[in-house]
Design a protein around this ligand. Structure first.
Ligand code: ZN
Length: 564
């Protein structure tokens, strides 16, 4: 069915619907496995309908934020969903205790049950008020950073517009852009410190109410860490320091030589080439048309996926008046359809939507068709990001369509960025472990800890006298630290798997694609470690796993460096 023909019907959730409470009772009081599973299937159907309709509202609201009807519908779900979440958690708890748990497990798999169990540990009616406070604080952070109006080169810009200048081929412009950004954070430092102090306080309080020692333990449940723990993540970060950090220093040293940079400073960090980083050629329309060609050629499965997406109008990627900012991929489970929203502007971000977001959409397209229950299509993000980050590599052979004569520069930049990301991502993760282990740290002590970590993970970064950044305040610009605690390491772990796929495809592309497809198909039933093992990859927690792939990546960078 074409997207515009999908009929919207509000799923009435205020008050909590009788239908759902009845299902809760039927699940709790079922006399036989048949009765129990029949009620579970109805619950699944209900959740799919709710998710489909609320996604439909979200999409139509973001496509035209001026539309009063969908704006009001969006408010309706925003306001009433928390009460419903509470019922879902209660139901989850009773599923775990049910005498028909074995029957349920044979239908949805043991992983889905393990995940329900982990989420349940981190949820209780006791902490609802704390959660509301946490939400209010993260909203305050977002509003503060979104309100930034910075005068730069005679124009008023926001923080994301300012970021574009940080990659300028002109060194003076780059420096000025970092100074302007640092000054914004410095100006709001007291408020940023206060918001974070209150976040640490409320998160620690929630964790203690639920019987955890620290918020870190609670966050591991919320992030559904179902196959590794703190020790494994520490082992990963140690490998980043041992094997990746020296290679990053070498990449930056060569970059300095190539670009004629002497005495590199932090404001040189994002620049890889003297004449600027590669941008795609052509208009947003031609970029989109090339994306279509790319997926038709990549494999039968992606060709089918692309036909389906286009035939049903499941892309809205060109900019137009009234559209919200940003880009996302969202699922409409009732129609087995993913949907991709973006604002193409002719930059590398457009290509990223076509590779990364389409990777998420491709996975959704496959799993909605192969998995019966919603619980089997909700993954932890360490797994979900494998689908998208690996697709960035599987689409490599078609990058010439976008970057033409700059294609080798694109490859170099993409891989170098992958290596540069690991130390930064690990530092963000390490910092969060410290602040929640020691919740009593003062703002000054937090900055000091960040500065120490900089010395460990990015010893080559020279902040000179950049406002806010020279004394260790840079963590405050990382949204995830405020809003999505402990999320960041998931990107690092997923990227590890993606680079493993890339290395496999440099040897045998066909085999790599088959392995990827297999991983996508079983993502709802296997955890991160098992998926990697079954793909034939070492886990990133095993000794020297990162050493090997870092060396091989560096060897490849050497071979293309001569062309750029
Ligand atoms: Zn993603």
């Amino acid at each position: 069915m074409k997207f515009r023909e999908i009929e919207y019907k509000r799923v009435s959730i205020d008050p909590v619907p009788e239908e759902l409470l009845l299902l809760e009772r039927r699940l709790a009081e079922a006399d036989s496995a048949e009765e129990f599973m029949a009620a579970f299937r109805e619950l699944d159907k209900y959740k799919k309908e709710l998710q489909t309709m609320s996604a439909l509202v979200y999409i139509r609201h973001t496509i035209d934020t001026r539309d009063e009807y969908y704006r009001a519908e969006q408010d309706y779900y925003d306001q009433n969903m928390p009460a419903l979440e509470d019922v879902f958690v209660r139901i989850g708890r009773s599923l775990l205790k049910s005498r028909f748990r074995d029957e349920l497990e044979s239908s949805i798999g043991s992983l889905a049950l393990r995940n329900i169990e982990l989420r349940e540990k981190a949820m209780s009616p006791q902490i609802i008020e704390d959660m509301q406070l946490e939400n209010a604080l993260t909203t305050e952070y977002q509003a503060l950073t979104a309100s930034a109006k910075i005068m730069f080169e005679g124009k008023e810009v926001n923080l994301s517009q300012l970021a574009a200048y940080q990659e300028s081929p002109s060194r003076d412009v780059r420096e000025a852009a970092y100074r302007a950004e640092g000054s914004f954070y410095e100006q709001h430092k007291d408020r940023l410190d206060d918001i974070f102090a209150r976040l640490v306080e409320v998160r620690t309080a929630m964790a203690r109410k639920l019987g955890f020692n620290t918020y870190t333990e609670m966050a591991y449940c919320l992030r559904v860490r179902n196959c590794y723990g703190r020790a494994e993540i520490e082992a990963f970060r140690e490998q980043v320091v041992a094997y990746v950090v020296p290679v990053v220093t070498e990449i930056l040293r060569r970059r300095d030589a190539r670009c004629g940079i002497e005495d590199a400073k932090y404001w040189d960090r994002k620049l890889m080439f003297a004449d600027g980083n590669p941008e795609p050629k052509g208009t947003p329309e031609t970029i989109f048309a090339n994306g279509r060609k790319m997926y038709e050629a990549l494999s039968d499965e992606t060709g089918e996926f692309m036909d389906f997406m286009l035939h049903n109008d499941l892309f809205d990627v060109l900019s137009k008046a009234g559209k919200a900012n940003g880009g996302y991929c969202i699922g409409l489970p009732g129609f087995d359809s993913p949907f991709i929203f973006a604002n193409f502007n002719g930059t590398q971000d457009d290509v990223n939507v076509l590779t990364h977001e389409c990777g998420h959409a491709f996975e959704a397209y496959i799993s909605m068709r192969s998995m019966e229950y919603l619980d089997q299509t909700e993954f932890s993000s360490d797994v979900a990001e494998i689908h998208s980050m690996s697709m960035e590599f599987f689409t490599y052979p078609w990058m010439e369509l976008f970057f033409e004569t700059d294609t080798d520069k694109f490859y170099y930049n993409h891989l170098a960025e992958a290596l540069l990301f690991w130390p930064y991502g690990s530092m963000v993760d390490h910092f969060q472990h410290i602040v929640y282990d020691e919740p009593q740290l003062t703002p000054k002590e937090r900055d000091d800890r960040w500065k120490e970590l900089e010395g460990m993970y990015r010893p080559d970064a020279d902040f000179a006298d950049l406002p806010h950044y020279h004394y260790g305040g840079m963590w405050q610009r990382q949204l995830h630290i405020y809003q999505y605690p402990f999320y960041y390491i998931d990107y690092c772990l997923a990227q590890y798997a993606a680079v493993c796929f890339w290395l496999t495809m440099t040897g045998d592309r066909e085999a790599a694609w088959k392995t990827y497809l297999a991983l996508v198909r079983k993502s709802g039933t296997k955890d991160y470690v098992t998926l990697l093992k079954e793909a034939g990859f070492a886990t990133p927690f095993e000794a020297r796993a990162l050493e090997k792939i870092t060396e091989e990546t560096m060897r490849y960078l050497d071979t293309i460096e001569v062309n750029i």
